[in-house]
Design a protein around this ligand. Sequence first.
Ligand code: NAP
Length: 457
Amino acid sequence: MQRTALQLFYLLSAILFVLGLRGLSHPRTARRGMFLAELGMLLAIIGTLFHHEILSYRWIVGGLVLGTVIGAPLAIWIPMTAVPQRTALSHSFGALAAALVGISEYARHGAHLGAGRVAVIGVEVMLGSLTFTGSLMAAGKLQGLIRGYPITYRGQNVSNLALLAGMAGLTVALALTPEAGRLFYLMVALALIFGVLLILPIGAADMPVVIALLNSYGGLTDAAMGFMLDNKIQIITGSLDGSSGFILSILMCRAMNRSMTNVLFGAFGKVPELTAGEEVKKPIRQTTVDEAAEVLGTARSIVFVPGYGMAVSQAQHRVRELADALKKKGVSVRYGIHAVAGRMPGHMNVLLAEANVPYDELYDMDQINPQFAETDVAVVVGANDVVNPAAKRERGSPIYGMPILEVERARVVIVCKRSLGPGFAGIDNELYYNENTLMLFGDAKDTMVKLATALKQ
Ligand code: NAP
């Protein structure tokens, strides 16, 4: 009876996970997809409670309460702008949990598990440990605790490859001598170090790919844990997570014009550093709200290009209101969306959907770039790296090769941000010094409100 209930719950939850992933493939169905996946997770947890090996529910209830006390406030109070680093932290904790389960299995049963199982545990703990520290590094970079651009050092690729070979060698050695506990713990230590060293040299345009890749490693860890514990739902969810994360990394690589080897072993050169607020001694054309509103009022076609600054200032609703005011005047309004604008895949789509911007006004890079030449005004709202022409021209730049939104081809570009400060990649932006660029300094939300008011007058 218990077993049947467990299998039924697992089957239902597996179906819900697949339907959830399918729903997440389009913004229109994403909310429903998310709900289905959440329901799937709930059923998986309920199903697991029927497991015949559970003798007491005391620790489970304790864990549930503790998890809720930490998780609920995190979900409720963390601002939207901090969601990417929170997600990286969740990956990190998930991977840590999986690694700890593997370590405890080995510590309890050791060589009795047999060569095959010890090898699976080895792989699981290795992936879990490196995902734990790697995701912590990624969260630190996204939170600005560690600098966002690549931290490189001499011989970094050789040392990383040596570490990787060392971990693989130890896992094989462990499979041959499952009782060698020292090898196991040495492998865990190397994997923890490898996670740090893998992420430190990656930055700027490659961070999104790496986050998707860490997500994929987390999924693989989960699948390996499923094999170890003989838990079918874990194998299914882990495989779904691992493969979808991997597909996302490949898609991001394509969008960024990068190869996976390039991302992982790019060993970028030193980046010309520019700290926020540093003065740049080139002339710019600073404009006022009234002048910018006049330019907008006389335009026939406008493309808004949102970026991370729009998310920081939560300006999406005000952008839509400004767009509505412009549309009332007969202006054609579109939005150019870069694949890595913001700090997580689909960040701008989520924000604009929240502000009820119609989907058919959103254009991705390949669609909108050819249209800039016929655009009167491109309004850049808190975007920086994704419109930086250095990606096309400056070899050695951490964003070199990344396709950008070519706003400079519009007749006029209005850039709305607070200063000449850099974006995530930490580099200066030539766009700000172009003849057809007008810099409108200020918080994005304030600026949008002021522009809409000035336009009405
Ligand atoms: P960005 O290059 O990080 O630039 C954001 C700009 O917003 C900053 O230059 C900042 O300038 C401005 N800003 C901040 N607060 C603002 C406010 N309140 N009002 C107005 N402006 C504000 O952003 P992006 O162009 O969207 O590029 C995304 C970057 O993040 C890329 O380098 C990408 O590789 C990286 N990344 C993306 C993901 C992803 O999955 N999407 C994940 C990790 C990393 P001021 O300080 O002068 O205002």
